[in-house]
Design a protein around this ligand. Sequence first.
Ligand code: UT7
Length: 332
Amino acid sequence: MKKTTAAITAVNGWVPEFRLTNVELEKMVDTTDEWIQTRTGIVERRILQDKTKASSDMGAEAVKGLLKKANIGPEEVDMLICTTVTPDMLFPATANIICEKVGIRNIASFDLNAACSGFLYALTVGARMIESGAYKKVVVVGSDKMSSIVNYTDRTTCVLFGDAAGAILLEPNHEGLGLQDALLKSDGTGKDLLRQKAGGSLNPATVETVMAQEHYITQEGPKVFKFAVTKMADAAEEIMLKHGLKGDDIAWLVPHQANKRIIDATAQRMNLPEDRVMVNIQKYGNTTGATIPLCLWEWEDKLHKGDNLIFAAFGGGFTWGSALVKWAYDPK
Ligand code: UT7
């Protein structure tokens, strides 16, 4: 029998209804629709307006829909990994709360934080669990309520982020489909350039940290851009070279959606035309852990068994990487 690989056998996404458009943002901060579109590619983003709902609620919706699509019950899932930078609270893990909301009990569930590369990391961890033979149905869910940490008076960040969740199911495969390889990297020298400064053990929440607005996301955009634009393209190129793949061999690039210009640079390096690159940043902005599964969800009908997909991401930390995935099923 061929060795066991971990295939993505179902995908699902969930986005809140409310659309925060660039035109609306023009009324909130000193910005323009033109600036946002030309610098980032974003036109609107979704916001979870219900103050009683959190990342776990979006994640739970994504997972419920996923199980329905896969036609399996919650009792069949044996591991759930949630990647998020906006957990409901520091602990317990949002993964545990999602399980509770979906009716999944007595399984291994935990959060994984690798910022905007979180989905790539969680996919890899989940796949290795399947390959080990110890787990048969692993759910990986990326869910971020970015609006909970965005400062809507800071034009350098508030235009970038949106709220969403995306989920995939991983199952054993014996045809060689699914995750083929992943290159995961990090460099902690970037730790101060993109972060939420307060709320952790270094700067616990105090009146002072709140007054100083340190519970919001801050980013030194141009410095992060410089790193992101090279590292994401490097990672995509490295995995192609490692596997002897040329642009023509790749059906789709599935990139993290932080900036259209970063996505374009990565596609160019891979020698891929625009029509083989998944881009939905214009509709959702940067949804951190959810960007890659949201793309898979939207493009699911165009994916065919055996297609080579390259996933690529870059995020705070810094973290970055790429994955080579052979798609496991035809449009249903
Ligand atoms: O997903 C995690 C990883 N994150 C990323 O990959 C994000 C990487 N960074 C970026 O995508 C870009 O750096 C941004 C989109 C954040 C910013 O674009 P930029 O082309 O790097 O612009 P900039 O920060 O250099 O700003 C250019 C100008 C500045 O004004 P001056 O100094 O030239 O007068 C900014 O103050 O644009 C100004 N600016 C704005 N103007 C209108 C910054 N934000 C805005 C805004 N509206 N929202």
